[in-house]
Design a protein around this ligand. Structure first.
Ligand code: BGC
Length: 253
């Protein structure tokens, strides 16, 4: 089974598409449903089931991302969604709602896997860090293509008592009405901190603003690490979710 449905649960939209896991290409147009207000489990579960019905695939595993820590099918944090997700067996919830075998993964981890397999991190040796800037800041750490899951580096604290995600996310840019240069200055402070801690070989910047790299990229100043926008942009989560579901269902994990 090489075509697998990937679903990406985000703060503002829940998006899905069937993915050819051999090429990383979407095989049908992406479908997006706005995230229900409050992002409560029972409402999100309904949207996920609706997306599955939309694509009409009757069989096969499904990959689903979640914007929080995911450990052995349970969701353990909920920075930008309802607190009822904390400690929930979300894997069981989605499996019940869809009648399908569901594989759940953190959203940034899914994006990281997709970028390293088919995007801007392809064939890059060493340590690749994918950071997604959106409602929050997500992080994925991959060494020689192997993912270290749930790194949660958006929740680092910076000098001056600044919580990285609350200060440098794309939502913070909009909230504080920053121009691109102003946002890039904050992002640079954050990225330099991460750079000093991890010494990556490459930073890949994902999330909605990866499409607008011409506006901010020249203003981001780091000590030494090359930085590129995500190649798969907003599709990385969908693609990564499908890839991981394919692998895990093959290996029975
Ligand atoms: C969450 C991460 C997530 C990121 C991007 C953060 O608030 O803690 O798990 O990857 O937002 O959605």
């Amino acid at each position: 089974m090489s075509v697998i449905l990937g679903i990406d649960i985000g703060g503002s939209g829940i998006k899905g598409a069937p993915v050819d896991t051999r090429t990383g290409q979407l095989v049908a147009e992406r479908h997006r449903i706005p995230t229900p207000a409050g992002a409560r489990p029972e409402d999100v579960q309904e949207v996920v089931a609706e997306l599955v019905r939309h694509f009409g695939q009757e069989k096969g595993p499904i990959g689903v991302t979640f914007p929080g820590i995911v450990l052995h099918g349970k969701t353990l944090s909920a920075a930008n969604v309802d607190d009822a997700w904390i400690g929930l067996d979300a894997d069981a919830l989605f499996t019940e709602a869809t009648g399908r075998d569901v594989f759940l993964v953190n959203d940034a981890d899914a994006a990281g896997v997709a970028e390293v397999r088919f995007g801007a991190g392809r064939d890059v040796p060493g340590l690749v860090m994918v950071l997604t800037f959106g409602t929050g800041i997500g992080s994925a750490l991959l060494h020689s293509g192997v993912l270290v899951p749930n790194t949660e580096l958006g929740h680092l604290w910076l000098k001056g008592d600044k919580h990285a995600e609350s200060w440098a996310s794309d939502r913070a840019r909009e909230r504080d009405d920053l121009n691109w240069k102003g946002w890039a200055k904050r992002a640079s402070t954050y990225l330099r901190h991460v750079e000093a801690l991890f010494s990556p070989d490459l930073f890949i910047i994902g999330g909605g603003l990866s499409k607008k790299a011409d506006k901010w990229q020249e203003h981001v100043k780091l000590a030494r690490t090359p930085l590129v926008p995500a190649a798969l942009q907003n599709e990385a989560g969908i693609v990564g979710a499908a890839l991981l579901a394919a692998e895990r269902s093959r290996s029975g994990r």
